[in-house]
Design a protein around this ligand. Structure first.
Ligand code: DAH
Length: 348
């Protein structure tokens, strides 16, 4: 049996009202309120639907089908309007958002080279135009390369001068870059000039010593090589490095087993021009490294004729130079990798 048309009409009117309300809602919130009002749990339509149970039994199926259709239609209508309004609010949001494409992007912290690496590169750049080539050697050296071939006699106290890390009986962590002198003499044809930068190791740690630090070794071999050549080269290098033609160089007699004569070399203090200051400890001079003419025994250890060949060699401590150049109070700062410290050198 069909349902009475009067009641049906009432529901249809309610449904039409709901559609108009959905259509006129201007925001998603408004629309949601309409939904609660018209098809929510306590809405007139829902209440009316619940009345089906009180209908004459023969009308129930028709009412059921009718309400299903009404609710289905309204929910489709609601969903469509909901989509429209959400798209509209998105469009409005995009319109409101002013994107300035000329603004710089987010910045990421830049890494930079370690100050010791930079200084090593600076040193290398000064020597390359002078015809020096770069040579390297292993960190674990045999006793022979690190000591014997460099004319350190066995059991000689000079071996103890360099607090050596032993790796087994016959091997050490190289205590200096001088073993690269031997490796160069073994592998290169004279005349040659080499520079050997790299890490070295000594069992020592305080404000001016670190168990690992860097040295640069220089070796020049030719038929005639003099102390004057050595002094000229070092003087040129140090003037370039300190960017001052006023830098003076002085040699003090010293002893190294692999050079004869041997000297330690100092520069006039670039901070006070020899007047005396805290950096040079009032002496006017700053010690840089050791040098000398290659000892004939060094040539002999690689079967070179020391009557035919001569050479000069020099060594310097890179951290020591950096301490002077950048006025650093504690050498260990270079190895702690504290970004606050390292950051200061990113522009150097
Ligand atoms: N190897 C020496 C050291 O570590 C430094 C040195 C001295 C190197 C004299 C040289 C040199 O080439 O001629 O103490």
């Amino acid at each position: 049996m069909s349902i009475p048309s009067k009641e049906k009409e009432k529901i249809q009117q309610l449904s039409a009202k709901a559609k108009t309300a959905f259509q006129t809602a201007q925001t998603e919130k408004e629309l949601y309120d309409c939904k609660t009002q018209f098809i929510g749990k306590k809405s007139l339509l829902t209440l009316a639907r619940k009345e089906i149970k009180n209908c004459p039994a023969d009308q129930k199926p028709a009412w059921g089908a009718f309400f299903n259709q009404v609710f289905q239609e309204l929910s489709i209508f609601y969903n469509e309007r909901q989509k429209e309004l959400s798209q509209r609010s998105l469009d409005q949001k995009i319109e409101r958002e002013v994107i300035d494409l000329s603004l710089p992007g987010p910045s990421f912290p830049n890494g930079s080279k370690h100050p010791i690496t930079k200084l090593l590169e600076q040193i290398i750049e000064i020597f390359i135009p002078l015809g020096y080539s770069i040579q390297t050697g292993p960190y674990v050296e045999s006793d022979w390369y690190n000591f014997s071939a460099l004319n350190f006699p066995p059991f000689h106290p000079s071996r103890d001068l360099q607090d050596t890390f032993y790796v087994g009986k016959d091997h050490v962590l190289r205590t200096h870059t001088s073993p690269v002198q031997i490796r160069s003499l073994e592998s290169l044809a004279p005349p040659f000039a080499v520079l050997a930068p790299g890490a070295v190791f000594r069992s020592d740690s305080d404000i001016s010593h670190s168990p690992m630090f860097h040295q640069v070794e220089g070796l020049y071999v030719n038929q005639k090589v003099s102390l004057a050549d050595l002094k000229g080269t070092l003087s040129y290098f140090l003037k370039k490095l300190f960017q001052s033609s006023k830098i003076q160089l002085r040699f003090r007699p010293s002893f190294f087993p692999f050079t004869e004569p041997s000297a330690e070399y100092d520069i006039s203090c670039p901070f006070c021009n020899r007047k005396g200051c805290s950096v040079c400890k009032k002496s006017g001079w700053i010690e840089i490294g050791g040098c000398g003419l290659v000892h004939p025994e060094v040539f002999h250890s690689v079967q070179w004729d020391s009557c035919q060949w001569q050479g000069f060699a020099f060594g310097l401590g890179v951290e020591r130079l950096a301490v002077i150049l950048y006025n650093i109070p504690d050498i260990r700062l270079f190895f702690e990798n504290d970004v606050r410290f390292l950051k200061q050198f990113s522009a150097v």
